[in-house]
Design a protein. Structure first.
Length: 319
């Protein structure tokens, strides 16, 4: 009886994972399938359990489960394949992005992370009027700042002079968008900091798709190389996310450094990489990692980059 239950359970799990996987690829407008497809660790775990339960009982079904294991496991593992380059001692630019989770009031813990990582630019997302006076500690180290503290606001702190900036608030939008232009080592670049809506309902799902399109069209219009940083409420399983990368000729900074699921903290199997810093052509990622828990349900993204011309070809070292 137990063996039969395991077989039926394995077949059911295999069928569900196949439906989610194919549905996300073939029906990218079906919100429920798209959201479930982002839970790659869950899908991998379900496919693995199904494979083990069906291995001897049903070879055909076990092969179907194995294909899913390879697809989702390979998708996660592909982010850990190191890129071929040797790090030099040339200058490096550090960028930190943190969705602080407004009610967490974790400004003291955020300060410790910022001081330890020592970024040239850091972005605090989901700040508000209560956060504003608590962030005064950053003013002396980061003399250049652009911020909007109302509602779910955003603040960008920079050691580099900010030549151009705009605070964009869209009607019905969850968060803010702030594009800034800076210069580093003789190169002008932009950081397009944004917070894309969560697809928690059908309206939010459609709005998210429109926002990805808006971000792509805006970034393609900038003459400068542009980083995109923010909580995008999506990962590589979302078609619009992949389209943003290809249309804007950006690289996912996770490549070579692991899948790095950033939300929700404390639930490893359910975690998804929602927080991103996407890197333009002309820049090389030296290091990319997630910061520790500090009170927010999102872990911060800590990125170190250099210019492509400052890297030597060879084998990756020290990461």
């Amino acid at each position: 009886m137990l063996k039969r239950a395991c077989v039926i359970g394995g077949m059911s799990a295999t069928g569900i994972v196949w439906i989610v996987t194919l549905g996300n690829l073939l029906l990218p407008t079906q919100r429920e399938l798209v959201m479930l497809a982002g839970l790659r660790a869950v899908l991998l775990l379900a496919a693995t359990a199904a494979f083990l339960s069906l291995l001897h009982a049903s070879p055909r079904w076990s092969i179907a489960a194995l294909v899913l294991m390879l697809y989702h496991g390979g998708g996660i593992a592909s982010y850990s394949i190191p890129e071929a380059h040797t790090l030099s001692a040339n200058p490096r630019l550090k960028i930190l992005y943190a969705n602080v989770d407004r009610p967490s009031h974790s400004w003291d813990a955020l300060r410790i992370i910022v001081e330890e990582f020592d970024p040239d630019i850091f972005i605090a997302d989901e700040v508000d009027e209560i956060w504003q006076p608590q962030m005064a500690w950053a003013d002396s180290t980061y003399p250049h700042r652009v911020a909007s503290w109302d509602g779910y606001g955003m603040a960008i702190y920079s050691r580099l002079p900010i030549e151009d900036s705009t605070v964009i608030t869209e009607p019905g939008r969850f968060g803010k968008t702030i594009p800034v232009k800076c210069e580093w080592q003789g190169t002008r670049f932009r950081i397009y900091a944004t917070h894309i809506n969560s697809p928690v309902d059908d309206a939010g799902f459609l709005k998210q798709a429109r926002q990805f399109d808006t971000v792509a069209r805006t970034v393609k219009g900038f003459p400068e190389e542009t980083f995109i940083a923010g909580d995008m409420n999506a990962c590589e399983t979302r078609l619009e996310f992949r389209t943003l990368l290809s249309d804007c000729r950006l690289r996912d900074s996770r490549s070579g450094f692991g899948w790095q699921a950033s939300w929700p903290f404390g639930w490893p199997v359910l975690s998804i990489p929602l927080d991103h810093i996407l890197v333009p052509e002309g820049w090389q990622v030296v290091d990319r990692r997630l910061g520790p828990f500090y009170g927010s349900d999102h872990r911060p993204v800590l990125l170190t980059v250099t210019r492509d011309g400052d890297m030597e070809s060879g084998t990756q070292d020290g990461i």
